[in-house]
Design a binder for this molecule. Structure first.
Ligand SMILES: [Fe+2]
Length: 339
């Protein structure tokens, strides 16, 4: 018998041996760490050969066509993850060298990809430690390059990472900008609140990220989602250097986003009973989260205009925090003015 494999048999074998990766995992790598497959008319083809330079134009073309999933052999999956993480570490360590806008952009994107690995394995200490270290370095970098915040944030939003992974970073970068703008906080305080805000939703990892694309989650999933703040604390406690105060902010970060009258009433009751610590920093974290969620789109809804988002924030906080509300409006007006 001839020692050849028929194309259909090869396809069958590939079907069982390959697993999907996101095209984003390759965008910031210089060379392909293993063979990468695409799929066309239901047939796998090798889109990139191991060791070749990743062709950014090809990747962008694939993204434009909506082909955001590529495939690798199952045993090569860890190679992609290791390469992304090595790259993230390298970019993080050299953030102050070279073009700061390009460096910041690459770092924010790689950080988000690693956030995806963390959400898949929230109990993995190595990934958590790496994510924490790199997020801290990003905060330090941004605090010292505050002029880059607006262009970096805009570039980052354009990258359209999955909203579950992008949202914490968008909200936390706004938080840095707002706190710096207020001139009321030391850089150390801003960095600590940035980390708190960035990791506050890790409890959402109990539901696979793709599930959030559906408009309606099942009752069970809704229940898990509504408990995500408490789950985040469970996941992070004793593993990240967060003070009890910062853990409490995570625990209560949805205090102000309870929007229906019934829930508002419930909230007031709870506040009276002293159950909810609605501190000022909790409010800041939550408000940045709500605004970020509203002004970025979801698969099931279009983004809201910033002024509409600020109208909602007015309802939520203007009575209790009039000065801070004015500060927030002034900051976002500043951010959204075309430069
Ligand atoms: Fe949350």
């Amino acid at each position: 018998m001839a020692n050849t494999v028929s194309p259909s048999l090869l396809q069958n074998r590939l079907t069982y041996q390959v697993i999907p990766i996101s095209i984003r995992e390759l965008l910031f790598l210089s060379t392909a760490p293993c063979d990468i497959y695409g799929i066309k008319d239901g047939i796998f083809y090798r889109a990139l050969r191991r060791g070749v330079f990743t062709n950014k134009n090809l990747l962008r073309e694939l993204i434009a066509k909506g082909q955001i999933y590529l495939f690798v052999h199952r045993e090569d999956r860890s190679l992609i993850i290791e390469t992304v993480q090595k790259n993230l570490l390298q970019v993080t360590r050299s953030l102050s060298l070279g073009n700061p806008l390009e460096k910041g952009k690459a770092q924010m994107n790689l950080l988000t990809i690693n956030m995806g690995y963390l959400y898949q394995n929230p109990t993995d200490d190595t990934i958590l430690k790496l994510q924490h270290q790199c997020a801290k370095n990003l905060a330090y970098f941004l605090l010292n390059k505050i002029d880059l915040l607006v262009p970096l944030q805009r570039e980052y939003i354009k990258q359209k990472h999955h909203f579950v992974l992008a949202q914490p970073l968008i909200a936390s970068v706004f938080l840095i900008g707002l706190m710096k703008y207020s001139q009321l906080y030391s850089d150390q305080e801003i960095e600590n609140l940035f980390i708190t805000s960035y990791f506050k939703d890790i409890g959402m990892s109990s539901i696979p990220t793709e599930k959030y694309d559906q408009e309606e989650l099942s009752d069970k999933e809704k229940e898990i989602l509504s408990a995500h703040a408490t789950n985040s604390v469970q996941i992070l406690k004793g593993r990240l250097p967060l003070s009890p105060n910062h853990l409490s902010i995570i625990e209560h970060h949805h205090t102000f986003s309870l929007l229906t009258n019934k829930l508002q009433l419930n909230l007031r009751e709870k506040q009276k009973e002293g159950e909810i610590i609605a501190g000022f920093e909790t409010m800041l974290v939550t408000v940045m989260d709500v605004i970020s969620a509203m002004i970025t789109g979801r698969p099931f809804r279009k983004p809201t205009k910033i002024f509409e988002a600020l109208d909602l924030i007015k309802i939520l906080i203007a009575d209790q925090y009039p000065q801070e509300f004015r500060l927030i409006v002034s900051y976002f007006k500043n951010f959204f003015i075309d430069r």
